[in-house]
Design a protein around this ligand. Structure first.
Ligand code: MN
Length: 726
C-alpha cells in the first residue's frame, strides 16, 4: 500500500481534498515507526497505511484517515498526543486519543451478556463514532494478518472479534466488514469446519458459476421483458453464514440449497416492487420467506426486499432487490451518510447532522428495538450517560450506575466483599474508596476481615445495592451491641437479687417474660434493655415477684444513677435532638468531660447500664474506651436542640458590669438561665452564667460579644477538661 493509493482513494469521494496533511502524516509515521516490524516481518508502517486505506473504503473524512495513519503512534512509539496536536491539530489529536484508549481495553469473558456490556463499553468510550469506525478498520487489518501470531493469541483475538467487533460492524450497518470479520474469526476458531466448507464450496465452483450465470441471465431477461433495467449478480454466501445455517438448522452441507444469494439492483424504489412482481410471476415464491425491509428497515437502517423462490432447476433461489442507495447503506452503514462538499467547509457540520439524523431514523423506524434508550442516548451525544463500565480483575465487564465507586463495585461482586472492603486499586493504582470510576477502569478490591462498613460510605456509594447493604449492616451492628449491653445489665442486676441469667434462659422463664411483653425472643428483650426502652427492674419484677426487698434495693440504685446524669436529663428531656444511627428513642446523656454542642462531631459510648454517653469526636476520654462499644451518633438536623453550658467571665468589678454582660448574652438570642457573681481576692469579679444555647456558632458569638465589653478580662467555658476556651 502506497500513500498515493490512499490519496487517490480519498480524492475519489472528496474531490479537491488537500493531500498535504496526508503526506505529512505519512512522513510522521514512517519516522516514528522506523525499525518496527509486524509479526509477519513487514515494516510496521504497512499496517497503518492499510488501516488508512480501509478508512477511505468506508469513505471517512480526512481527519479520520489521518487518525488511521497515526493510530498506533502514541501507543507504540515515542510520539505523544501533544506532538500529534501540534502537528495535526486538536480534532485529530482527540480522535487518536480515543483510538488509543480503546486499544488499551481488552475483552476476555465468553458470556453473551458480558459481550453486550463490553460492546456498550466501547460505544461509551468512543463518544465520537469515527473512533469506533477507525478501530474497526484496525481490527479488520489485524484479522487479515492474524496467521503470524501464536495460536493462543490468534484464538483470543478471533473470539473477541466474533463476540465484539463483528456485531459492532453489524450494528453500524457495515455488511462487508461484518462478513469478513466473521469469516476470518471462523477460520481461526474452527479451522477444520472452515476448511471443509471452503473445500466443498470450491469443489463445485465451475458447476456453480455456470448455474449462477444461467440464473442471472434468466432474471435479466424477465426484467427486460417487463421494461425494467437492473443489474443482477449472484455469489456464494460467506462461510460463516453457511456454518451458522448448518448449526442452527441441524443440516449437512449438502442439505443447504440456498448457498447462493442473488442481488438485483434497480434504479428506484418503485422498480424494486416491480422487479419483485416479475420474479414472483416467473417462479413460485416460498411462503414465509418474503421480507419487506424497504417499508420496515432494520435497526441499522438496512433496506431491501428479500424473497426465496423455487428457481429454474427446482432449487431454492434467494433474491435481494434494492436501489443503489440502499446498496450503499447496506455496505457502508453509518458511514454512507457522510457527505462531502468540494471545499470541505460546512462538511463537518452537515456530517454531524446527518449522523444524528441517521441515529434518529434508527430510533424512530424501529419501534421494537430492545433498548430504545440506548439509541436516544446516542443521539444526545452521550451514549450511556447513566452507566459506567469497568473490568473485574478476571476481565468481566461490570455495568454500574454512573458515579459508582469501588465500594459499589465491591457490593456488586459480593456482599461479603463489600462488607470487608478495606481498599481498592484502579488500573494498578491505590485509590480512596470514594474514587469515581471511569469507563474501562480495572478495579481490584482489597478485603480485610477486620474491616466493617462505615457510615461514611453512605456519603459516596451510589448504587442502591451498596446503600441497602451498608444500612442493613449498620442496623444489625447497633442491634448486636444493644443485645450485648442489655444482656450484661440484666445479668448484673439479677445477680444482686440472687438470680442467674443463664438459669432463667434455660428454664424458659425469660422467653415467657419476653412473650408477655410482645417480644419474639430473649435477644429482642436484651436489645430493648440495651436501647433503654425497658429497664432491668421491669424484668426482674416479672421474674421474681416474691422478692419484695428487691424493689427497695433497686430503687436505691436507680436514685444513684439518676443523680449521675440528672442535670443532662433535666435539660434534654426532649430526646429528638440526637440520632443514634437513625434510631431515636434511646437513653443517652452528654458527657461531662467535653460537653458537646450542636455542630460538634460526635461519638457515642455504650455505658454499662447507663445508656449512651455522647462525647465530642476526639475527646481524650474516649481514647481509653473499648472501641467495640463506640457507636456513631449525630445531631438530628431536623430538630432544634438547646444545650446548657456554663461560662465563667473574669471582669473588673465596676458598676453595671453584670447588667452589660446579661444584655450582651440576651442580644445573641440565647437564653440565660442562672447567673452567679462573686468577688475575687484581688478585687475583680468572677461571674458564672448558665446559658441555654443552640449551637457552637451561637456560643462563639456570645463569647465574642462578652470579650468586646469594657472591663472583661477573660471568658472561658466551665467544666472543660481540655483547659481551652471551649
Ligand atoms: Mn493498529
Amino acid at each position: 500500500m502506497r500513500l498515493q493509493e490512499i490519496v487517490a482513494s480519498i480524492q475519489d469521494y472528496i474531490p479537491g481534498v488537500d493531500a498535504e496533511p496526508l503526506r505529512k502524516a505519512y512522513a510522521f509515521v514512517r519516522h516514528h515507526h522506523q525499525g518496527q516490524t509486524r509479526a509477519s516481518g513487514e515494516p510496521y508502517v504497512t499496517h497503518v497505511t492499510e488501516v488508512a486505506y480501509l478508512a477511505t473504503k468506508l469513505r471517512l473524512d480526512l481527519d479520520s484517515v489521518l487518525t488511521a495513519l497515526l493510530h498506533d503512534t502514541v501507543e507504540d512509539t515515542d510520539a505523544t498526543i501533544n506532538n500529534i496536536r501540534e502537528e495535526f491539530g486538536e480534532p485529530v489529536a482527540k480522535l487518536v486519543d480515543g483510538v488509543t484508549k480503546l486499544s488499551k481495553v481488552n475483552f476476555q469473558s465468553r458470556a453473551e451478556q458480558q459481550a453486550e456490556n463490553f460492546r456498550k463499553m466501547l460505544l461509551a468510550m468512543a463518544s465520537d463514532i469515527r473512533v469506533l469506525l477507525i478501530k474497526l478498520c484496525d481490527r479488520t487489518h489485524n484479522m487479515r494478518t492474524l496467521e503470524f501470531l501464536s495460536e493462543s493469541r490468534r484464538i483470543r483475538i478471533a473470539q473477541e472479534t466474533l463476540d465484539i467487533y463483528a456485531p459492532l460492524a453489524h450494528r453500524l450497518g457495515i455488511n462487508w466488514m461484518k462478513s469478513e470479520l466473521e469469516d476470518l474469526s471462523f477460520r481461526h476458531l474452527k479451522p477444520d469446519v472452515y476448511a471443509m466448507i471452503k473445500d466443498r464450496v470450491a469443489q463445485k465452483k465451475k458447476e456453480r458459476d455456470k448455474y449462477i450465470a444461467s440464473v442471472v441471465k434468466l432474471i435479466e431477461r424477465e426484467l427486460t421483458d417487463n421494461g425494467i433495467t437492473g443489474d443482477v449478480s449472484g455469489r456464494s454466501k460467506h462461510f460463516y453464514s453457511i456454518y451458522r445455517k448448518m448449526e442452527t438448522q441441524g443440516l449437512d452441507f449438502d442439505e443447504i440449497y440456498d448457498l447462493i444469494a442473488f442481488r438485483v439492483i434497480v434504479p428506484t424504489t418503485m422498480d424494486c416492487y416491480s422487479a419483485l412482481g416479475v420474479v414472483h410471476a416467473a417462479w413460485k415464491p416460498i411462503p414465509g420467506r418474503f421480507k419487506d425491509y424497504i417499508a420496515m428497515p432494520k435497526p441499522n437502517s438496512y433496506q431491501s426486499l428479500h424473497t426465496t423462490v423455487i428457481g429454474p432447476q427446482g432449487t431454492r433461489v434467494e433474491i435481494q432487490i434494492r436501489t443503489p442507495e440502499m446498496h450503499d447503506v447496506a455496505e457502508r452503514g453509518i458511514a454512507s451518510h457522510w457527505v462531502y462538499k468540494e471545499k470541505g467547509e460546512g462538511a463537518e457540520a452537515s456530517n454531524a447532522q446527518l449522523q444524528l439524523a441517521w441515529l434518529k431514523d434508527l430510533v424512530e423506524s424501529e419501534k421494537n428495538l430492545t433498548d430504545p434508550h440506548e439509541f436516544l442516548a446516542m443521539v444526545k451525544g452521550d451514549l450511556f450517560p447513566e452507566e459506567v463500565f469497568v473490568f473485574s480483575p478476571r476481565g468481566d465487564v461490570i455495568a454500574l450506575k454512573y458515579g459508582a465507586t469501588p465500594v459499589d463495585f465491591a457490593f456488586h461482586i459480593h456482599s461479603e466483599v463489600g462488607r470487608n472492603c478495606a481498599g481498592a486499586r484502579v488500573n494498578g493504582q491505590q485509590v480512596p474508596l470514594s474514587y469515581k470510576l471511569s469507563n474501562g477502569d480495572t478495579v481490584e478490591i482489597q478485603t480485610n476481615k477486620q474491616q466493617k462498613p462505615s457510615k461514611d460510605w453512605l456519603e459516596f456509594a451510589v448504587t442502591s445495592k451498596a446503600q441497602q447493604r451498608i444500612r442493613a449492616y449498620l442496623r444489625s451492628e447497633e442491634r448486636e451491641k444493644s443485645i450485648a449491653v442489655g444482656r450484661e445489665v440484666l445479668s448484673k442486676d439479677l445477680r444482686k437479687v440472687g438470680e442467674n441469667l443463664n438459669k432463667l434462659i434455660k428454664s424458659g422463664k425469660l422467653q415467657e417474660v419476653g412473650e408477655s411483653l410482645g417480644l419474639r425472643d430473649e435477644e429482642a428483650l436484651f436489645a430493648e434493655i440495651g436501647y433503654g426502652k425497658l429497664t432491668s427492674k421491669q424484668i426482674i419484677r416479672k421474674v421474681c415477684p416474691q422478692v419484695s426487698a428487691i424493689d427497695e434495693k433497686l430503687a436505691r440504685e436507680q436514685t444513684t444513677m439518676e443523680r449521675i446524669f440528672s442535670s443532662a436529663a433535666r435539660v434534654f428531656r426532649d430526646r429528638s435532638g440526637i440520632k443514634v444511627n437513625g434510631l431515636d428513642d434511646v437513653v443517652f446523656r452528654f458527657a461531662k468531660c467535653c460537653e458537646p454542642l450542636p455542630g460538634d462531631e460526635l461519638v457515642g459510648y455504650i455505658t454499662r447500664g447507663r445508656g449512651i454517653a455522647i462525647h465530642k469526636r476526639g475527646c481524650p476520654q474516649t481514647l481509653s474506651f473499648d472501641p467495640q462499644r463506640l457507636i456513631s451518633v449525630d445531631w438530628d438536623s431536623d430538630a432544634k436542640t438547646q444545650r446548657m453550658i456554663r461560662l465563667r467571665v473574669l471582669s473588673t468589678d465596676r458598676v453595671g458590669m453584670l447588667a452589660d454582660m446579661s444584655q450582651s448574652i440576651s442580644a445573641t438570642g440565647a437564653n440565660m438561665v442562672t447567673v452567679h457573681a462573686s468577688a475575687t481576692p484581688d478585687g475583680k469579679a468572677m461571674n458564672t452564667f448558665e446559658i441555654s444555647v443552640e449551637s457552637t456558632d451561637q456560643l462563639s458569638s456570645i463569647i465574642r460579644a462578652l470579650e468586646k465589653l469594657d472591663g472583661v478580662i477573660r471568658v472561658e467555658r466551665a467544666s472543660d477538661h481540655r483547659g481551652g476556651r471551649y
